[in-house]
Design a protein. Structure first.
Length: 258
């Protein structure tokens, strides 16, 4: 007797292994940072350079009535003495005295006096080497105090103002923003504060005394000078006459003589 064939067993379908979900990439993973960073860096550098150039050009025309240091001193003291005065209303001997005291070769260098810098390095911190151009940059654009960051910025900006501003303009700005005493800024305010006269009427001796207090204006007085200030002022009177005679004052007096 024939037996019925056994029914074929149904094969179980092969089990599919569960696939792990593929995580979605974050938006920043698809960004080519190397490819995009360079253009943005270039734009940032160009923007910064443009801003610096604008700041240099604008003060060749407009007067920087308040500097960062003036604002800081005004906040600290409550008020400051300052009265902007054009070069034409400043006694020529006052300009010569400040140059003789601070930077006798002002008309001969391009902003950085390399010979004086070498002397300063040789003699350590006992000797300063900042030109009037450097001090103008520091007062108008930067901050007070000693730091390598400020010195580097000062060294970069100084040739720029030398290229755009005239020597006469640099000295005019310096004479108007320099500190001559606690809360006393500019030669007009200094003349009135110490001698009760305008900067146009300063004598050679008065101008020399004002120049003599510039290195330490908070601790020196032009109206009540110490023996040291008197001695320095005497040297400055001679120095001012010397740079007038040998032509080292010509770069900032030429307009006045025309």
């Amino acid at each position: 007797m024939a037996t019925d064939p056994k029914p074929a067993r149904k094969r179980k379908p092969a089990s599919k292994k569960a696939r792990k979900p593929v995580p979605k990439k974050a938006w920043y993973q698809d960004v080519d940072w190397r490819g995009n960073a360079l253009p943005w860096a270039k734009r940032g550098a160009l923007g910064l350079l443009g801003l610096v150039a604008f700041m240099v050009v604008i003060f060749a025309i407009l007067n920087p009535v308040r500097t960062p240091y003036m604002l800081a001193e005004r906040l600290r003291l409550g008020a400051i003495e300052h009265d902007w005065t054009p070069m034409e209303e400043i006694a020529p001997v006052a300009a010569r005295s400040v140059v003789a005291a601070e930077d006798a070769n002002f008309c001969l260098h391009w902003g950085l006096d390399l010979a004086e810098i070498r002397k300063a390095l040789d003699q350590g911190k006992q000797r300063g080497a900042s030109t009037i151009s450097q001090q103008t940059v520091k007062n108008v654009y930067l901050w007070q105090g000693r730091s390598w960051t400020r010195k580097v910025l000062e060294a970069l900006l100084t040739p720029m103002i030398e290229a755009v501003w005239t020597k006469r303009r640099i000295l005019e700005v310096y004479l108007n923003v320099a500190e001559f005493g606690e809360g006393v800024f500019g030669i007009e305010a200094a003349a009135q504060h110490y001698f009760d006269i305008s900067a146009a009427n300063l004598t050679a001796t008065q101008a020399a005394r004002l120049a003599a207090i510039l290195p330490d204006p908070k601790n020196r007085s032009a109206s009540n000078p110490s023996s040291f200030v008197r001695s320095q002022a005497g040297k400055i009177v001679d120095g001012a006459a010397t740079i007038e005679a040998d032509g080292r004052a010509a770069c900032f007096e030429i307009t006045a003589r025309d």
